[in-house]
Ligand binder design. Structure first.
Ligand code: MN
Ligand code: MN
Length: 478
């Protein structure tokens, strides 16, 4: 009897020229997606348009008309513009379960506060509150862009997207020069830049006043002429007033474009790859299915993962479960709550979220036997959590075995790993919330370096194999 030593291989080594080409081609699509859609709202709008162009119809219309959904029907549901579900109805009864790939489309960033604008030292700035886990010092002295919406009292939504085009201005958060930073440099990294110090510079020209007009201006306006000039520009450009920012979501994101990285162009650097790298692969995998699936297949894009998945667009909300109940009602011969519950119990879900790769500069953070590496493919992460698997979805080995079989059969490069050394830190994904519904769930995503930074790094081999993994799972999991 013989047995073999087991190790994960570098995908490039075994890949054919065609496979490498396919990976590069897939990643060129991914690169342009990364550069065009930086926020949850933008990814949802992109996906909705893509669905409409690919024969998907709005589930809400089917609900309204009580229209039965036949096998092969492609539907989507936009959840408040920030989360999204797309599905293809299978030939099997829906209570036999759904194959779901779920990613989140929010990323760490800085959000404008509700009263953002103030003038100081003849400049106008915006107050922000950071969103998600960031290292604050990484967000100063880099070009920033503003993306988001301002909702007027009339309900009209004004879209803002400035800082991305070559002709657009940039925005920035300043930092203290080294000459005067002796005190700052002796602080802990976590305290060197304060949350209340993440103020974005927006302008420095005061409002030009006609002489006679100036007499009539209120003292308030005299006090903040640079802020007044900004408000004038905002009114002229977007038709919005200062008060309208109370009902706004303006996200401050890095303005640097995503790029290929390395002489061999084997990697992708860019903002927000956690988790748009998995979301893109998931969307493409579902769109690329050409055959009628037996089980219903679905992609779920969630919001608010970076702050704990709460809220009515987060994975802890009823958004996904409600959508699945609607699908059950429109496909099952007789609907009851039990149909939905059986559907959950029989469903399987890949929590398609990124994992931390071993960083050659910080190898000590990982247990090298149980770490994930660039080039070795998509990561099956049995559990996340921290300090004794606390807060983890600990995937069932029965499910992992089934996935191993599918991935090997479909020639998907995959590896396992966990998030750093025991007791060093930890983190979570939406996996635990999905598993609470009774589904089989495991984290399965792309390894990332410099995660949550303004310029995260991924490897094309892994990006491509994540896509192959999602496609194989949607198609073949029974
Ligand atoms: Mn993530
Ligand atoms: Mn994250």
């Amino acid at each position: 009897m013989t047995t073999e030593k087991f190790e994960y291989k570098n995908w490039w080594k075994g890949a054919s020229a065609e496979e490498k080409d396919a990976a590069f081609q897939f990643c060129s699509g991914y690169l342009s997606f990364l550069n065009r859609h930086k926020t949850e709202r933008e990814v949802v709008a992109y996906t909705e348009a893509l669905c409409q162009a690919n024969g998907f119809t709005d589930l809400n219309e089917a609900i309204q008309q009580g229209e039965r959904l036949q096998p092969g029907t492609k539907v989507y549901q936009n959840l408040r513009g920030k989360a999204f579900v797309m599905a293809v109805i299978g030939t099997e009864p829906i209570e036999k379960g759904i194959n779901i790939v779920a990613s989140h489309v929010d990323s760490p960033r800085l959000d404008f506060k509700q009263t953002p604008f103030y003038e100081d030292t003849d400049m106008v700035l915006a107050k922000t509150h950071y969103y998600g886990g960031i290292k604050k010092y990484q967000w100063v002295c880099i070009p920033l862009a503003l993306h988001g919406v301002v909702v007027l009292k009339s309900g009209e939504i004004v879209h803002i997207n400035i800082g991305e085009n070559d002709s657009d201005p940039s925005f920035v958060i300043t930092d203290l020069l080294p000459h005067l930073a002796h005190e700052q440099m002796n602080k802990k990294m976590s305290e060197a830049v304060h949350g209340e110090g993440l103020n974005v510079v927006l302008g420095a020209i005061p409002l030009a006043e006609e002489k006679e007009e100036a007499e009539e201006k209120s003292k308030e306006n005299h006090k903040d002429p640079v802020k007044m000039n900004l408000l004038k520009i905002l009114k002229e450009t977007y038709g919005v007033d200062e008060a309208d920012f109370v009902s706004a979501e303006i996200e401050v994101v890095p303005a640097m474009p995503a790029k290929e990285v390395g002489f061999d162009r084997s990697m992708i650097g860019g903002y927000g790859q956690d988790d748009r790298v998995c979301a893109y692969g998931a969307i493409q995998a579902l769109l690329g299915l050409t055959e009628q699936p037996a089980r219903t297949v679905m992609v779920y894009l969630s919001d608010k993962e970076e702050v704990g998945s709460m809220g009515n667009t987060g994975a802890q909300s009823a958004g996904l479960t409600h959508c699945i109940a609607e699908l059950c009602a429109l496909t099952a011969p007789v609907y009851s709550d039990l149909v939905t519950k059986r559907c959950f119990a029989n469903s399987a879900l890949l929590s398609a979220d990124v994992s931390a790769a071993v960083d050659p500069n910080y190898k000590d953070a990982q247990d090298k036997l149980n770490a994930t590496y660039f080039t070795k493919g998509v990561v099956l992460e049995k559990y996340t959590g921290s300090k004794g698997k606390s807060g983890a979805n600990d995937a069932n080995p029965e499910f992992i075995a089934a996935l191993r079989a599918i991935y090997d059969e479909h020639q998907v490069a995959w590896q396992t790993g966990e998030l750093g050394k025991v007791d060093l830190g930890g983190g979570g994904t939406i996996a635990q919330f999905m598993a609470n519904l009774g589904m089989q769930v495991i984290d399965c995503g792309v390894p990332v370096l410099s995660m949550h930074s303004p310029f995260e790094l991924t490897c094309k081999a892994d990006i491509y194999n994540a896509y192959l993994a999602y496609r194989a799972f949607l198609k073949a999991y029974k």
